[in-house]
Design a protein around this ligand. Structure first.
Ligand SMILES: C[S@@+](CC[C@H](N)C(=O)[O-])C[C@H]1O[C@@H](n2cnc3c(N)ncnc32)[C@H](O)[C@@H]1O
Length: 230
């Protein structure tokens, strides 16, 4: 990955405790900056929905987009068998150095996995798909990773409220945005997807996943548990 800003920032924090903030622009609109230390948060600093997701995890766990491994490490320390997946080589390396025993350095799109009881995709996890149509593919793929009793714990945020601040780049879907990260003179652009609640539920049902709402907050954020229809 060229200009892997999250990977660079995670590495700098891990190696030198360098917490230089990452500037964030969504559709060119500047958002609050992010400190790399956030990727090293322990349970006490986690948000309610993350704690809920961790408490709801069971059996063999896949942590998709594990970054520095904060959720993987928490669950591994509780005795769970955890596999992290991370597209960034630097972040995957740091997750391993911090003690996550199994980390696959790859894009979820390339994976063929089976028999996971929990697939965690946290921190606006639905953004790992580029578009609503790819979200459907992602749900279908993650469903194929599940054991018969398995479930996917995944979150997103309805960003309807931000429509005025973020000039829309894509007429297909308002939650499809362009992220731009700036860090130590480097810039990285990538697409991201914020999914509204109704679209998330409809998409999950369209691939025959049962939907349970674990949390739906006033700020538009929500956490779903998706499981195979029996
Ligand atoms: C928003 S961060 C969330 C990190 C972590 N789950 C957390 O809560 O701290 C998203 C992570 O997913 C990784 N990622 C993005 N696209 C990916 C893909 N296609 N396959 C696997 N990992 C991906 C990024 O490198 C990044 O580390």
């Amino acid at each position: 990955m060229s200009n892997d800003i999250l990977g660079l920032a995670i590495e700098a924090f891990f190696v030198k405790e360098d917490n230089t903030p990452i500037r964030i622009f969504i559709n060119k609109n500047e958002e609050p900056e992010m400190f790399p230390s956030v990727f090293f948060r322990g349970y006490k600093k986690m948000l309610r929905y993350e704690r809920l997701a961790l408490k709801s995890s069971k059996g063999k766990v896949l942590d998709l987009g594990c970054a520095a491994g904060c959720h993987s490490l928490y669950l591994q320390n509780k005795g769970f068998e955890v596999t992290g997946v991370e597209v960034s080589e630097k972040s995957a390396k740091i997750a391993r150095s911090r003690g996550v025993k199994t980390v696959i350095n790859d894009d979820w799109r390339n994976l063929k996995l089976r028999n996971f009881d929990t697939v965690l995709v946290l921190m606006n996890g639905m953004g790992l798909a580029d578009s609503p149509s790819e979200l459907k593919l992602m749900f279908r793929k993650l469903k194929s990773f599940l054991s018969p009793i398995g479930s996917i714990l995944i979150d997103s945020t309805d960003v309807t409220y931000a429509k005025a601040d973020w000039p829309m780049l894509d007429s297909e879907y308002f939650g499809k945005v362009q992220f731009e990260l700036k860090y130590k003179g480097k810039t990285q652009c990538f697409p991201w997807l914020f999914v509204d609640f109704e679209t998330a539920v409809k998409t999950a049902k369209s691939v025959k996943l049962n939907v349970e709402v674990l949390e739906r907050a006033r700020n538009g954020h929500f956490l779903l548990r998706l499981s195979k229809m029996s």
